[in-house]
Design a protein around this ligand. Structure first.
Ligand code: ADP
Ligand code: MG
Length: 692
């Protein structure tokens, strides 16, 4: 292994390189831009660009690209070489400040949800100096935001940056109430990434995996995950080699990959990095997914990032660990030790509880997709109901504050008086690991477990940052005007906790009883994507984003439209891939096999030997083929009758097409169980998941 500290971030134009390569004044000006998220001075850009180019060329780069995150969910890039001709016609390597700050990719082929008609195709990308440039495949990649010429946002990064500004503004205000003078508060994120690794040869043989990322047919293997022998199990050498290689590639890109382990399902693994500010963590996670796929390929694997590649075993998620950190390095979700620290913590905690309750629909919406619908509520991932787990100790504290239970707070049997009482010490591992909660407090951060493994985490964090900014705004306005701060703080926290307590739930989120209880509490439970997305532009949500300058109504409508369309397209592609596999692979192989069985019956009959077993098998094959074909016809019909309307078509997919696909799958899987393996056209679950 190479020297890790020397290798770490060797492909990143980070602070260390900047300090070395930039004149002091330029460096300071750029740092100011970065720490305060302010606008960049144009003269500075020229100097920075030249330094960046020299550095990149010294590392073997020949091209540059603005690297952005359009609404497709994957990152986009358009490469230009540094090559330029000087006055004498000689080749020089050139890169200007203008090229660094602004790019003009053709926007017409990216989803805009009707925001930008194709005739006004012009869009531009703008450098986000708060995220470092890096080199990937001999190309200098510059993280950028992507907007239309009319200023509407067309990407996932811009709203994230806006939401980070929003929460910073309000958190700075809140800290001022406690006598702290900070300039910036950042949302910090650690995104744990789950994935499957399967053999590339199996992957190549399955149209469903190639086109949709998941298996649309496949009977369960004799062994699933019931023995629980994979989780944290010893890692097989081939996977170990992949992980070591992945770590190195990520480290070079400055991504602090920290933990690698096996997950619950066979062939499922996880990588967790050390946390960073929200925008850097988001960029890093997008890159991580890309690098995982590339490195997997080098090791003869296909890396599956789909939320539910295999039925009957766990799917993959992406745990979004979230906290707030001041520019002094204080984690605002750390309960602290003194009454003052405790009071500040409780104010932030209350703001989060209120935000998650009021905007539970937005959090659900932020994780809605065709893939993730298979996970949420499926007895393995949190349910589609958003609730918060705070752990027993913190729950006791809350009970004491709202007055229905006395808790030892310094002295025994007293109700907690915020601002003077010291909270009982929370054990760091208090969370006793409630894995069934979608939003769990884990000592000094919250872990949001609903995002799917393939998601860009920007959207979830836009929701979270803005919603929490909103409750802080409300609280600050009230507290700033108070004559007796402690008294006002006590009253506010008590009132808000009472109002939003319904969102707290410490029990088993997978249980049927919780669904009923949640309904009694009035919590929303949107099981499928269209049901959730249709609430995106509810007035209260539009008002929220408008208040904090994150989205306009039009931008939100476009995002809702894109989400619904993406959902419809995903299911249509799945259904089409399924039909192709059924009609051209499954049915023909079942027919070929049944024909051979029939020939065997004929042969045995001719010599007067009983063929009872074959007869019974042949009849079963024929009957399964018949009913599979009937179901294929229904699916074809459903697919040809998708209504127009964006919402209506998504609903049709959710209600009709998925049901017809399930019906087809049932019969195809029945056939898989009885057709001779040598006739079966695709690798099965046991082939794929239990390779040596
Ligand atoms: P576990 O899942 O066992 O609780 P850790 O607590 O070590 O593991 O961390 C899980 C993830 O949370 C890691 O990616 C880690 O970097 C991240 N994390 C830790 N502290 C914070 C924080 N203050 N803000 C955001 N993420 C954090
Ligand atoms: Mg975790």
């Amino acid at each position: 292994m190479e020297n890790v500290p020397a290798m770490f971030a060797s492909m990143v134009f980070d602070d260390h390189v900047m300090r070395q390569m930039l004149p002091k004044g330029v460096y300071l000006s750029l740092k100011k831009t970065m720490s305060e998220a302010s606008a960049l001075d144009e003269d500075v850009a020229d100097v920075v660009a030249a330094a960046m180019k020299d550095w990149a060329v010294s590392k073997g780069a020949t091209h540059f690209t603005h690297w952005f995150q359009p609404m497709t969910g994957v990152t986009a890039e358009k490469h230009d070489s540094f090559l330029s001709l000087d006055k004498n016609g000689s080749v020089i390597m050139d890169f200007s400040g203008k090229e660094l700050i602004k790019g003009e990719p053709d926007a017409s082929s990216f989803p805009s949800g009707g925001l930008r008609a194709t005739f006004e195709a012009r869009g531009y990308t703008a450098w986000d100096p708060t995220s470092y440039a890096f080199i990937k495949d001999d190309t200098l990649c510059i993280p950028t935001a992507f907007c239309s010429y009319t200023g509407q946002i067309l990407d996932k990064k811009t709203p994230l940056l806006r939401s980070m500004d929003a929460i910073s503004r309000q958190a700075v205000r809140a800290l001022a109430l406690f006598g702290k003078n900070v300039k910036r508060v950042s949302a910090t994120i650690g995104a744990e990434q789950e994935y499957f690794l399967i053999d590339k040869k199996d992957y190549a043989k399955r149209l469903d995996l190639k086109l949709t990322g998941r298996t649309v047919i496949g009977a369960p293997a004799a062994k699933g995950q019931e023995k629980e022998d994979h989780y944290f199990g010893s890692i097989r050498p081939r996977v170990k080699a992949f992980m070591a290689d992945l770590d190195q590639e990520l480290w070079k890109l400055g991504i602090p990959a920290k933990t690698e382990h096996n997950e619950v399902a066979p062939c499922q693994h996880e990588m967790a990095p050390i946390f960073d500010t929200a925008n850097k963590a988001t960029d890093a996670n997008q890159l991580t997914m890309e690098v995982m796929k590339k490195v997997a390929d080098r090791h003869g694997f296909a890396c599956l990032l789909h939320e539910k590649p295999f039925e009957g075993i766990n799917g993959s998620g992406k745990h979004n660990n979230w906290a707030l950190s001041s520019d002094e390095g204080e984690n605002l979700l750390d309960p602290g030790k003194t009454p003052g620290e405790n009071a500040q913590f409780l104010l932030f905690l209350t703001a989060i509880i209120a935000a998650v309750d009021e905007y539970q629909d937005l959090l659900r919406i932020s994780v809605a997709s065709a893939g993730n619908d298979h996970r949420l509520g499926a007895n393995e991932a949190p349910p589609a109901i958003v609730s918060i787990f705070v752990g027993q100790e913190l729950d006791d504290v809350i009970s004491s504050i709202v007055g229905d239970k006395a808790v030892a707070a310094g002295k025994s049997s007293e109700h907690i008086d915020i601002g003077t009482s010291v909270l009982p010490k929370l054990s760091k591992d208090n969370s006793d690991r409630n894995r069934t909660s979608p939003f769990a407090f884990t000592g000094n951060k919250f872990e949001f477990r609903m995002p799917g493994s393939s998601f860009n985490i920007a959207c979830t964090n836009v929701m979270l940052n803005t919603a929490v900014a909103d409750s802080l705004k409300r609280f600050c306005t009230e507290l700033e005007g108070a004559s007796d701060f402690n008294k006002a703080l006590n009253a506010l926290i008590k009132r808000e906790l009472i109002a939003h307590r319904r969102i707290l739930f410490n029990g088993n989120g997978y249980s049927r009883e919780w669904e009923e209880e949640a309904e009694r509490r009035g919590l929303s439970n949107y099981k499928k994507t269209p049901e959730a997305l249709i609430h995106y532009c509810d007035d209260k949500n539009v008002e929220l984003f408008k208040r904090h300058g994150v989205y306009t109504r039009q931008e939100m409508e476009s995002r809702m439209e894109i989400g619904l369309e993406e959902y419809r397209k995903a299911i249509q592609i799945e259904a089409s891939a399924m039909l192709e596999m059924l009609k051209r692979q499954v049915v023909p192989s079942a027919i070929a096999f049944s024909k051979d069985v029939a020939l065997s019956i004929e042969a045995k009959d001719s010599i007067g030997i009983s063929a009872k077993g074959e007869r019974s098998l042949c009849a079963e094959l024929s009957s399964d083929i018949d009913s599979l074909y009937e179901r294929i016809r229904v699916l074809e019909k459903d697919l040809s009758e998708v209504p127009s309307g964006i919402y209506e078509s998504a609903r049709w997919c959710a209600d009709r097409i998925l049901a017809s696909m399930d019906a087809c799958r049932e019969k195809a899987d029945d056939l898989e169980r009885i057709v001779d393996k040598s006739y079966w056209p695709v690798p099965t679950y046991s082939d794929i998941l239990f390779y040596v």
